[in-house]
Every structure is written in C-alpha cells, then in structure tokens.
Design a protein around this ligand. Structure first.
Ligand code: ADP
Ligand code: MG
Length: 455
C-alpha cells in the first residue's frame, strides 16, 4: 500500500467518523454504511451507492454536510461524485462532450453550460407538475422564459419552503439557455451573493463582481433574495446591479419566502423595486397535485408505486413538496434495500414517524444505546457489575428512563441490565426520581436526555 493510499484512507475515515457524530445512528447505518467511498485525487470523492434512492437521499440531506466535513478536515473544497452501482442513471449527465453523436454533443454542451451557470439539470419545466397552487406562477415563468425582459421585470416569486421556487428558477434558466445558447445566465442564492460581496470587498475584487453581475449577465436569478436584507453593502451592491440590468432591459427573477413588504430590514428602495414587475405566489399543492407529483417522481425513478400507497403518502404529507419526495424516497429505498415490493403496510411502517398520533416506541435496548452514547460508554459498561461512579450514575439514569418510557417490570429491566436484581432497579429509579424532584439542573439534564431518545 502506498503512502497516498494510507493518507486518503485516513482522510476518509476522519470524515466518516465526524459524520457519525453528526447524523443519527439510524441514518448513518441506513445511508452511509451501504455506500463505498473513495478519494480519486486531491479534490474528488466518489461515493458508490447501491441505488438511486440512497444517492438522492444523501444528496438531498447530507451533501452540504459531507462537503463541509472535507473542508473542515482538509481545508479545501472537494467535488463529490455519486455513482450508482448498477447501471448509470439518466440524471448523471456527461460533463465532457462525447465525440460520437451530434445529439449528445448538444445535450452535453447544454448540460455543461447549465452547470457553469449554476443551474441544476434535474429541475426543468418538463418535470414540474402544475396544479391550482402553482398554475399562475408556472404560467408567469413560462412567459418570462419565452420572452425575457418583455413583460414581467422583475419576476418576483414568493412562497414557503419546499414548494418549488428553486425548481422554477432552474427551469427558466434551462429553457432560456436552450433558446439563447449564447446568453450569460447567472443563478445565485441570496446567501452566495452576500458571500461574494463580502469576498469582493475583502480581496479588493469589486470590479470582477460588477463585471459578473452587471456586464456579463443577460439573465439574473437570485434565489432566496430575502437573505440580503439587513446586510448593508450587499443591499447596496444589489441595488446598483438591479438598476444597471433593468435599464439594459435584462431580465431579473427573484424568489423569497415572503412578500417584499414582509421582508424585515430591507431597504425601501429595494422593496419598491421588487414590486415593479410581477409578484407571483406559490402555494402548497392540493391532494391531487401531490399525487401527481409523486407519480411523476416515481416514474422518473422507475419505481412501481401502487395507487393506495401514492394516496396514502399524499394524504399525510401536505405542506412541503420536498418532504413529499423525501417520503417516497424513503419508502422506495426501504423496499429496494430489502428487495420487497412497495405496499401500503411497508409505507405505514416506514413513514410511521409522520403519522398522526405517532409515539416512538422506545425499547430498553434503545435507551441503553442512547445513554451509552451520550456518556461515551458502551452498552456492556451499563450492563456490567462495576460500580465506579462514572458508570453507576448513567446506569441508574438508564434504568429510570426504561421504567418511565418502556412498559417493563423491574425484574425485566434488571434482567436486561446484565441480570441485576429487581431491588437494584427499584433503588436506581427511586434515587433518580428523587434527584429530579429536588435538583432543577439535574431535572433539565434528564429532560434533555429524554428529548434526544431515539427509538
Ligand atoms: P423551494 O425552493 O420553494 O424551497 P424547491 O424548488 O427546492 O423548493 O422544491 C423542493 C423539491 O420539491 C424539489 O425536489 C422540487 O423538484 C420538488 N417540487 C416542488 N414543486 C414541484 C412540482 N410542482 N412538481 C414537481 N416537483 C416539485
Ligand atoms: Mg429554494
């Protein structure tokens, strides 16, 4: 084994160790244990996953965390690439142009232009499902994409989290690129824009920043623009950028979580400009639209989704399309990992945490694991007969929590703590109960532990 191998292994294990402390054990076992990581070169990591669902799940939930971990440990940004074990997914567009066919050259160049504009190829008009909740905003986006800077400038889209704002911005960007291949399209989040402004000041690069946003830009999209509120220099920069582009008849599209009037700490001159064009809201989808979104997503991922399961998910996950998709991914991932078909019972089991009246069922084993982890002990320590106070107190707390949260008798609990006598358990429970009653900081500590108990 070469030295490079050893160091890349070390880096990976550091990152994985650190991830372990960031995600629940359940998620770690489900999503990370099943994947294989390799460090391709100094800045590229390939994660081999068993299927598309695991990939989507990790990408959706942990990509930023993973990147951050690499950055923290190595002090530089890593590119994270996912590969699905079986056949390559259609979502993985080639990044370099294949030579053979004309058609793929075109697709690939659109893909790479989209990528360099900061766009995500997965979010297009074609896979955006239209219903009552988003009909108006969808029409506005189509109008802007086919006739930029003609009718609605700026287009200001507002609505809650996970309702499709970013998806629509991407769709407009992709469509515009398709229609005007030479256009310079800039997509940026309010947060990234803010960081760029800060860096441009810090490194004396305001010229570059202005060139990028005011000169080399035919279409500017700022996602979650509410983020710039309260940041003086960023608002100033935005204000002049807006004016320059607007006067040059360049399209500006913005999204926000609320109406301009409800964004706190926003300069008045910016607020009024937000309203110069068209304000379009996006609302939570109704039941039928939620079903249609699930169908579309299932189709795209070649998942067989029975009607009853589709309706079951749609009737329980209501306010956020991201959660809706997450639920489908979760159900499909479990079915796929366990090699069983998707059924209503499977869905009920896998999604029980979102069902009304759900109370996580805690077990003695679960509590032991949680407490051991919290006190950096092993479950064997808790079960042992050793009486050192570093062990005795956590053990007594664990027994107390078992009595409180699990329907188990004193002898049963004693049995599961290495075969201890039931009087030992009774003593522990009484002692902790008393301490909770008398010592408010201890009570807080126990309540904190209780909140963190994962079944
Ligand atoms: P927002 O930016 O409003 O927080 P996103 O655009 O990121 O929301 O949407 C969250 C997820 O839901 C994305 O995966 C997106 O593709 C999906 N989504 C939202 N609305 C729709 C829709 N109408 N049709 C298909 N997918 C949708
Ligand atoms: Mg968004």
């Amino acid at each position: 084994m070469s030295e490079a191998d050893i160091s890349s292994k070390e880096i990976l294990s550091k990152v994985l160790d650190s991830l372990k402390t960031k995600v629940s054990e359940f998620n770690y076992n489900n999503w990370f244990i099943t994947s294989q990581w390799s460090l391709d070169d100094a800045r590229k990591v390939t994660i081999l996953v068993p299927n598309k669902f695991v990939r989507d799940w990790i990408m959706e939930n942990y990509l930023e965390v993973i990147k951050f971990e690499f950055f923290k440990i190595q002090g530089q940004e890593y590119e994270i690439i996912f590969r699905v074990d079986s056949r390559t997914s259609q979502l993985e567009l080639p990044t370099t142009a294949p030579v053979a066919q004309n058609k793929s050259v075109q697709t690939s160049s659109l893909a790479s232009r989209a990528k360099s504009a900061g766009l995500d190829n997965r979010y297009s008009f074609a896979n955006f499902v239209v219903g009552n909740s988003n009909q108006f905003v969808n029409a506005a986006c189509h109008a802007v994409a086919s006739n930029p800077a003609k009718n609605y400038n700026p287009l200001f889209i507002y609505g809650g989290v996970g309702l499709g704002k970013t998806h629509l911005l991407n769709s407009i960007g992709l469509e515009t690129l398709k229609n005007n291949p030479s256009w310079k399209i800039v997509y940026v989040t309010g947060e990234k824009f803010t960081n760029e402004v800060i860096n441009s000041i810090r490194y004396d690069k305001t010229y570059d920043l202005r060139k990028k946003y005011r000169v080399d830009c035919d279409l500017l999209m700022i996602d979650d623009v509410q983020f710039i509120a309260g940041k003086e220099r960023t608002m100033e920069e935005f204000f002049h950028t807006f004016n320059t582009l607007y006067e040059a008849r360049k399209q500006i599209i913005l999204t926000s979580d609320t109406l301009p009037k409800d964004i706190p700490n926003l300069e008045e001159r910016i607020r009024s400009r937000f309203g110069w064009g068209l304000l379009a809201d996006i609302q939570a989808p109704d039941f039928e639209t939620r079903c249609a979104i699930l169908r579309k997503k299932a189709e795209a991922d070649s998942v067989t989704l029975p009607d009853d399961v589709c309706q079951f998910i749609a009737s329980h996950v209501k306010s956020n399309v991201r959660d809706l998709e997450g639920s489908l991914i979760r159900v499909s991932a479990f079915a796929s990992l366990a090699s069983v078909p998707i059924t209503i019972n499977l869905a009920k089991e896998v999604l029980k945490h979102i069902l009304p009246g759900f109370e996580p069922t805690l077990t003695i084993e679960g509590i032991q694991q949680n407490i051991a982890q919290h006190y950096r002990l092993t479950v064997a320590d808790l079960k042992s007969a050793r009486r050192h106070k570093n062990l005795a107190l956590p053990r007594q707390i664990a027994m107390y929590l078992c009595k409180k949260h699990v329907k188990a008798s004193f002898p049963e609990i004693g049995q599961k703590f290495g075969g201890k006598d039931h009087t030992t358990v009774i003593h522990a429970v009484q002692k902790i109960r008393k301490a909770v009653g008398e010592d408010s900081s201890f009570k807080d500590q126990i309540e904190g532990l209780e909140k963190g108990l994962n079944p």
